[in-house]
Every structure is written in structure tokens, then in C-alpha cells.
Design a protein around this ligand. Structure first.
Ligand code: HEC
Ligand code: HEC
Ligand code: HEC
Ligand code: HEC
Ligand code: HEC
Length: 268
């Protein structure tokens, strides 16, 4: 009897305290998503596209791009709550560059950025807006890059970055498999991630000479990482060799023991 009262008291205090915890709004549960899921056409489409995007995977939600209050149904899209609505074509670089600062800088200084007002491509034209995926060299393709000019210049840029891209990809695979084998790859992974982001950014200059100059620096840095990966891999094959050697010795030992036993039994 006494106990149940005590327990009830504790529970009511805990419940009361819970009321005052800050409301945790996950990217999935915002009022933006709840209401827009129930809309139609151009108002609903962004939700479905966004769900499979790199932004959703990294917790960047509607309100992180469009502003507004993700916790308040009635005030969600009020400018007073920071709602900025939909950007005009030439406002997009600022809109995205809010978070992708380095890319924005390289882009604004480029032939594309300088032609923004006269029909140059902006972020959304190449990446999309809601269904954005991890960036890769595949974004440089005939279909996308011949909308305004010939493909010759585009293919030259692609050729210039492709060998470094290939090195990055193979290093990422090596680091992932070393990690699976139990090596501590945290620092190397971070370094590789930084290199990758910085390298993929320079595409936005679309300036062949600049890209080629930068590429030399990246190739040097990646060679250092490759050297470290090689050391680890050498260690693994050494371990395998030692492991194999031990197995062989055990096998030999067993064989000899058997022979001795046999000859011993024969003598009996
Ligand atoms: C209660 C329902 C509801 C909520 C909550 C809601 N929206 Fe909307 N949203 C709408 C409707 C309806 C429209 C179209 C009419 C309009 O523009 O007001 C719209 C339009 C928009 C547009 C396009 C505006 C334009 O100019 O074309 C964007 C962007 C948008 N909402 C983003 C958001 C974001 C971000 C949030 C959360 C912070 C949010 N919405 C919350 C119902 C909602
Ligand atoms: C990465 C930034 C980003 C995120 C995240 C994002 N949007 Fe958008 N949204 C944009 C951009 C840029 C445009 C304008 C260009 C376009 O229409 O493609 C836009 C346009 C829109 C429009 C107008 C579409 C039309 O055809 O008129 C609506 C509605 C909208 N967004 C709602 C949402 C909702 C709801 C979410 C969350 C599920 C969301 N957005 C998440 C960047 C974003
Ligand atoms: C002409 C097409 C094009 C335009 C315009 C463009 N991008 Fe890209 N973007 C690419 C390509 C291609 C890559 C991949 C390059 C690579 O793999 O080396 C990329 C890579 C990226 C990356 C990954 C690299 C990193 O630094 O994390 C981000 C983020 C990005 N773009 C954002 C933007 C933003 C923001 C804008 C507008 C300011 C923009 N892009 C404009 C084609 C474009
Ligand atoms: C509120 C901050 C924010 C805004 C605004 C934003 N992004 Fe992102 N974006 C991120 C984060 C965080 C990631 C995931 C981490 C990463 O890969 O850098 C990301 C990832 C990306 C990637 C994949 C990068 C890669 O490594 O391959 C691309 C491409 C991209 N964003 C383009 C855009 C474009 C285009 C816009 C505008 C329509 C935009 N982003 C607006 C925060 C933002
Ligand atoms: C919306 C139109 C448009 C699209 C799409 C487009 N470009 Fe461009 N591009 C331009 C304009 C405008 C210029 C600058 C004027 C000129 O040199 O023709 C330019 C210039 C270039 C240059 C020369 C830069 C210099 O400094 O000499 C390269 C390289 C280039 N683009 C590559 C690409 C690649 C790669 C893609 C596809 C990922 C692409 N472009 C997609 C409009 C576009």
C-alpha cells in the first residue's frame, strides 16, 4: 500500500519533469512534413523526393533550407519565424551557399557564376533541389552539359579530374575494408573526407588550368594517404604470412608426432 503510493508519487514527478524537457523535433516529424504530405502535386512532391536525398540522410530538413518554424502548425510559414519561401533562379547560389560556402565561392568566381544573370547554370540545374544525391563525376554527362554549349569543354574538365576521382574512390574502399578488419581508421577517414570535399568543390571553377594546378596538390596529399594504406596492407599480409607459417609448423609438428607415435607402436 505504502509502496504503491510512493511509486505513484515518483512517477508523477517524473511525468511532470518530462513536460518541461525541450521538445525534440526529428527531421521526420516536423509540421512542414506532416502538412505537406497531405497536400497534392507541387506541394507534396518535395516530401517524397527529399526522403531519399543526401540531405534527409544528414538531418537537413525543409526548414533548414526554406526557414520557418517546424514546430508550429499555424505559424510555420510566417516570415516572422524566418520563412524565406522559394528562391528565384538567380537567388539559388546564395540559398544553397548558406551551408556550402566553399562551393559557392568557387562557383561565383567561375564562368558559370558570372553568367548567372544571363542564363548560366546554378546549383539546382545540375543537382536538383529535393532529391539531391551524393555528388560525383557522373554529374558531368552529355545530357546535362549540352543544354547550353558543346560537350568538348565539359569532357576536358571530366578527363582532368577523373584520375584523382578514381584514386579517391579506391582509397575510400581500402579505408573501409581496413576499418572492417579492426584497424583504427578514424583520422585517415577524416582526412580523406576533407580531401574529397575540397577536391569535388574545385569542379565548380570549371576552369581547366586551375583544376589541373589544384589536382597536382591533391594527388600529392592522396599519395601520402596511399602510403599509409600500403603500410597497413603490408602489415596484414605479414600477419597472414606469420599465421600461415605457424599453421605450417603445427601441421609439420603434427606429422612428426604421428610418425614418432607410429614407429613407437611398431617397436612394441
Ligand atoms: C498547415 C499546413 C502547412 C504547414 C504546417 C506548412 N506548409 Fe508549406 N505550404 C502549405 C500550403 C497549403 C502551401 C501553398 C499555399 C501557400 O503558398 O501558402 C504551402 C507552400 C509552401 C512552399 C512554397 C511557397 C511558394 O511560394 O510557392 C514552401 C517552400 C513551403 N510551403 C515550405 C514549408 C516549410 C519549410 C514548412 C515548415 C516550416 C511548411 N511549409 C509548413 C501548407 C503548409
Ligand atoms: C536542400 C534545400 C531544400 C530542402 C531540404 C527542401 N527544399 Fe523545397 N525547394 C528548394 C529549392 C532550391 C526550391 C526552388 C527550386 C525548385 O523548385 O526546384 C524549392 C522549392 C520548393 C517548393 C515549390 C515547388 C514548386 O514547384 O513550386 C515547395 C512547395 C517546397 N520546396 C517544399 C519543400 C518541403 C515540404 C521540404 C521538406 C520535405 C523541402 N521543400 C525541402 C530547396 C529545398
Ligand atoms: C554545371 C553543373 C554544376 C553546378 C552549376 C553546380 N554543381 Fe555542384 N557539383 C557538380 C559536379 C559535377 C560535382 C562533382 C565533382 C567531382 O566529383 O569532382 C559537384 C559537387 C558538389 C558538391 C560535393 C563537393 C563538396 O564540396 O562537398 C556539393 C556540396 C555541391 N556540388 C554543391 C553545389 C552548390 C551549392 C552549387 C551552387 C552554388 C553547385 N553545386 C553548382 C556540378 C554542378
Ligand atoms: C542547412 C544547410 C544546407 C543547405 C541550405 C544545403 N545543404 Fe547541401 N548538404 C548539407 C549537409 C549537412 C550535407 C551532408 C554532408 C556533406 O556531404 O557535406 C549536404 C550534402 C550535399 C551534397 C552532397 C555532397 C557530397 O559529399 O557529395 C550536395 C550535392 C548538396 N548538399 C547540394 C546542395 C544544394 C544544391 C543546395 C541548395 C538547393 C544545398 N545543398 C543546400 C547542408 C546543406
Ligand atoms: C544553363 C546553361 C549551362 C549548362 C547546363 C552548363 N553550362 Fe557550362 N557554360 C555556360 C555558360 C553561359 C558559360 C560561359 C560562357 C561561355 O564560355 O560559353 C559556360 C562555360 C563553361 C566552361 C568554360 C569555362 C571557362 O572558364 O572557360 C566549361 C568548362 C563548362 N561550361 C563546363 C560545363 C559542364 C561540365 C557542364 C555540365 C556539368 C556545363 N558546363 C553545363 C552555360 C552552361
Amino acid at each position: 500500500m505504502r509502496w504503491s503510493i510512493a511509486i505513484r508519487r515518483v512517477l508523477s514527478v517524473v511525468g511532470f519533469a518530462l513536460l518541461f524537457l525541450p521538445v525534440q523535433v526529428s527531421a521526420e516529424e516536423t509540421v512542414c512534413i506532416q502538412c505537406h504530405s497531405g497536400q497534392e502535386g507541387r506541394l507534396k512532391a518535395p516530401v517524397e523526393q527529399w526522403r531519399n536525398s543526401v540531405h534527409a540522410a544528414n538531418g537537413i530538413s525543409c526548414n533548414d533550407c526554406h526557414g520557418g518554424d517546424p514546430t508550429d502548425f499555424t505559424m510555420a510559414m510566417s516570415p516572422d519565424r524566418g520563412f524565406v519561401g522559394v528562391p528565384e533562379y538567380d537567388e539559388v547560389p546564395e540559398f544553397c551557399g548558406h551551408c556550402h560556402l566553399g562551393v559557392k565561392e568557387d562557383y561565383l568566381g567561375s564562368a558559370h557564376g558570372k553568367a548567372l544573370e544571363s542564363g548560366g547554370p546554378q546549383c539546382v540545374l545540375c543537382h536538383g533541389s529535393h532529391g539531391i544525391q551524393l555528388a560525383s563525376i557522373k554529374l558531368i554527362n552529355k545530357e546535362s552539359c549540352t543544354r547550353c554549349h558543346g560537350y568538348e569543354r565539359a569532357i576536358k574538365v571530366k578527363q582532368a579530374i577523373s584520375s584523382t576521382e578514381a584514386t579517391l574512390t579506391s582509397l575510400e574502399e581500402s579505408v573501409a575494408s581496413l576499418h572492417r578488419l579492426g584497424f583504427d581508421m578514424k583520422r585517415m577517414k577524416e582526412n580523406l573526407f576533407a580531401q574529397r570535399n575540397a577536391f569535388r568543390q574545385i569542379f565548380h571553377t570549371v576552369e581547366l588550368d586551375k583544376i589541373k594546378r589544384q589536382k597536382v596538390k591533391f594527388d600529392k596529399e592522396l599519395a601520402v594517404i596511399q602510403g599509409q594504406v600500403n603500410t597497413y596492407e603490408a602489415e596484414i599480409s605479414q600477419r597472414k604470412l606469420v599465421g600461415g607459417g605457424v599453421a605450417l609448423l603445427l601441421l609439420l609438428g603434427g606429422g612428426i608426432a604421428l610418425l614418432i607415435r607410429r614407429s613407437y607402436h611398431k617397436e612394441e
